[in-house]
Design a protein around this ligand. Structure first.
Ligand SMILES: Nc1ncnc2c1ncn2[C@@H]1O[C@H](COP(=O)(O)OP(=O)(O)OP(=O)(O)O)[C@@H](O)[C@H]1O
Length: 231
């Protein structure tokens, strides 16, 4: 679903991402760990088509992102650290607006279903976004991904700043989406969550993907040790 082949991004002489090889299949959740500046956001921005690679190839749903930028965008939903939505519109109105931008027209009942599937309490559906917590905004972001029928979900530090309960809920929702076949790539600093939610974990150092492990093959303590030895 998501493939990088020798993917490289340079800024002048500085190599932000060095020959990344990565495959994320349907239903997999890949967590990228690494210190500040390791290349996690660069990887996500390349898949989003926000920046162009210096070298290498990247594919979404078997299509080259470089040659088919508009087409591949249709398959992707993106949740940044802070989801950008309209504060003066309700959750329902935001969802309606953003799904219509993606070409979908849904009934009120369908929109309500998507918000509920994303874990947003019914009473919040008609409240303005301005009064939402960060966790609630993230849920609207997830609802947009569901409404867009995104095959791929890209997340950049989605749980940073969430309280443990909200972060746990968010992890459960990601697991449900992956069980439905969504391929998920998530950059995070949260080692504990990464191990809990991901199927695979990659550790980056200075633009290189140094280690990839299956999450269920390692304990939280072992992962922390590995992380500290690697970065
Ligand atoms: N527009 C840019 N111009 C020049 N250098 C950049 C640019 N964007 C990123 N870089 C550099 O590329 C490298 C990788 O940055 P990136 O943002 O991908 O790291 P990161 O792992 O996401 O870090 P963080 O955890 O802080 O978000 C860093 O050295 C960064 O300074």
């Amino acid at each position: 679903m998501l493939i990088a082949e020798n993917l490289t991004k340079k800024y002048g002489d500085h190599i932000a991402l060095n020959k990344l090889n990565l495959t994320i299949k349907e239903g997999e959740i890949f967590a990228l760990l690494g210190q500040n500046g390791a290349g996690k956001t660069t990887t996500i921005n390349l898949f989003l088509g926000f920046i162009a690679p210096t070298d290498g190839e990247l594919k979404i749903n078997d299509l080259s992102v470089i040659d088919n930028a508009q087409e591949t965008k249709k398959y992707v939903a993106y949740i940044p650290e802070t989801v950008m939505l309209y504060p003066n519109l309700t959750g329902l109105e935001n969802l309606k607006f953003f799904s219509s931008l993606a070409g979908f027209k849904y009934s009120q009942g369908e929109l309500t279903y998507f918000l509920s599937k994303a874990g947003l309490q019914i009473k919040a559906h008609h409240q303005n976004l301005g009064g939402y917590s960060k966790g609630m905004r993230q849920k609207v972001g997830i609802a947009i991904a569901i409404a867009k029928k995104a095959k791929v979900l890209l997340l950049d530090e989605p749980t940073s700043g969430l309280d443990p309960k909200a972060s746990n809920e968010f992890s459960q929702i990601l697991k449900e989406l992956s069980a439905d076949g969504t391929a998920i790539l998530m950059a995070t600093h949260d080692i504990f969550r990464a191990r809990e939610v991901a199927s695979h974990i990659g550790i980056m150092r200075q633009g290189n993907l140094v280690t990839v492990i299956e999450a269920d093959k390692i304990s939280a303590n072992e992962l922390e040790d590995l992380y500290l030895q690697t970065v």
